[in-house]
Write a protein that binds this ligand. Structure first.
Ligand SMILES: Nc1ncnc2c1ncn2[C@@H]1O[C@H](COP(=O)(O)OP(=O)(O)OP(=O)(O)O)[C@@H](O)[C@H]1O
Ligand SMILES: O=C(O)C1=C[C@@H](O)[C@@H](O)[C@H](O)C1
Length: 300
């Protein structure tokens, strides 16, 4: 056997899935781990560090020392594309988290534009849960008028009353991912409802939010529509003032998925390279950590 030493050896796994070992690869906090038995299946004996780092369809193995079996797939330097795919990882993580959730709902909280709907839909699919957008639930309950129209016609407090009622009803249903309205966290009784499930805060930097909202326009977002300036300035100014008022409320969530933290984990400099699926995966990782800690199980 040939011994190989290095600090960041990269491993060619061109057909990892076809080798039917996929179910044995687990993802923990952004790292993929291969069980010792399946490391052997690949002919790789990593003796000191056994974590595969996952980054965008590439897998690298930081090792201090490894041995290569001459009959095994190539162990070589250089970036090689694996056939892992994000959706498979997500599904796998979902299956891992489901027993901890025990049918409880996930309530996504966060500022408007933080991706609660986009990420929530992906999460619900991975978990086999249904998906509900509480803004849409309120709109439907009030005959289909858009939120902006409800604000205009009846005022914010009327909307908040209906939002509260929506969350009360939704909290009695199991197996769903709920995307909550950005301001739902300010009403204390909503926390009582949302605590029936697991709450997760999507923590997205304000400039990213403002860019997303500016791209869509602020017309459908009555809370921001009173600001002046171009779409980005309106969005950023309004979000800054709201975030100061709401920071403590968002911090009450059981778990947090932070865009900045995901970027650090994945080694990405540009936050726009992070996909909604990456965020959904992080949500599942954070939920699992939270529920394991809550149940007194130490997280490896
Ligand atoms: N990770 C992402 N990367 C890029 N764009 C995203 C990402 N997540 C969401 N978006 C985009 O940002 C916009 C807002 O997303 P979304 O509607 O999911 O947010 P939300 O939190 O549900 O907003 P609101 O509370 O206002 O309903 C959409 O145009 C969506 O496509
Ligand atoms: O942040 C907010 O206060 C809001 C967010 C949206 O989801 C809607 O619930 C509504 O536009 C108010």
């Amino acid at each position: 056997m040939e011994a190989v030493s290095g600090t960041n050896l990269q491993l060619s796994l061109p057909s990892i899935r076809s080798q039917k070992i996929e179910g044995k690869i687990r993802r923990w906090n952004g790292l993929l781990r291969l069980s010792p038995r399946h490391r052997n299946d690949l002919g790789l004996k990593v003796t000191q560090l056994n974590e595969l780092q996952w980054r965008r369809g590439r897998v690298s193995v930081p090792v201090l020392h490894a041995c290569k079996d001459p009959h095994a797939p190539a162990l070589q330097s250089g970036n090689l594309h694996s056939s892992f795919d994000e959706n498979w990882l997500l599904k796998n993580k979902g299956e891992e988290v489901l027993p901890y959730l025990n049918e409880r709902c996930i309530f996504l909280v966060g500022m408007m534009g933080s991706g609660k709907t986009t990420v929530g839909e992906i999460l619900s699919e991975a978990l086999g849960y249904s998906f509900v957008d509480s803004d849409k639930y309120v709109e439907d309950a009030l005959g289909g008028s858009p939120v902006a129209q409800i604000f205009k016609q009846f005022g914010e407090s009327f909307f908040r009353d209906n939002e509260r009622e929506a969350l009360r009803k939704l909290s009695s249903i199991t197996r769903q991912v709920v995307s909550t309205g950005g301001g739902a966290v300010i009403c204390p009784i909503n926390w009582k409802y949302m605590r029936e499930g697991v709450t997760v805060y999507l923590d997205i930097p304000l400039d990213v939010l403002a860019r997303r909202i500016a791209a869509e326009g602020t017309d459908s977002r009555p809370i921001l529509d009173s600001e002046s300036g171009d779409a980005y300035t309106k969005a950023f100014t309004g979000l800054l003032s709201l975030s100061k008022k709401r920071a403590q409320a968002y911090a009450k969530a059981d778990a947090k998925a932070s865009l900045q933290h995901i970027a650090t984990k994945l080694g990405l400099e540009d936050l726009s390279d992070i996909t909604p699926t990456d965020i959904a995966l992080e949500v599942l990782v954070q939920i699992e950590d939270f529920l394991q800690c809550k149940n007194g199980i130490s997280v490896p």
